[in-house]
Design a protein. Structure first.
Length: 103
């Protein structure tokens, strides 16, 4: 009956039964930044927001991949990284990170 008293993990992304708060936080940030970057990439005048959120989404996603511990975390991070990458490159094509502010 000792196993009946064990605390169960509530996290949907922890398949090993342990909580991963840092990895889950990086995952959520990457997904939000990726979604914002991807959606705003379709508006040419929002290239500053698109490129910066895409860049930060790529950086947080890359660090999240580096420290991730489960396959579900890695899978979701790849989705966020892909969206952030597409948004970043389209933002760079539409005007870049600084958009004429420098030079």
């Amino acid at each position: 009956m000792a196993q009946a008293m064990q605390r169960q993990s509530i996290s949907l992304l922890a398949t090993d039964g342990k909580p991963h708060p840092l990895q889950d936080t990086l995952l959520a940030i990457t997904l939000v930044l990726g979604a914002v970057s991807f959606v705003t990439a379709f508006f040419h005048n929002l290239h500053l927001l698109t490129s910066w959120t895409g860049l930060f989404g790529i950086l947080t996603g890359a660090y999240g991949q580096f420290i991730s511990e489960t396959t579900r975390e890695r899978f979701a991070l790849i989705i966020g990284l892909g969206a952030a990458g597409i948004g970043f490159f389209l933002g760079m094509a539409h005007g870049g990170l600084f958009g004429g502010w420098l030079g």
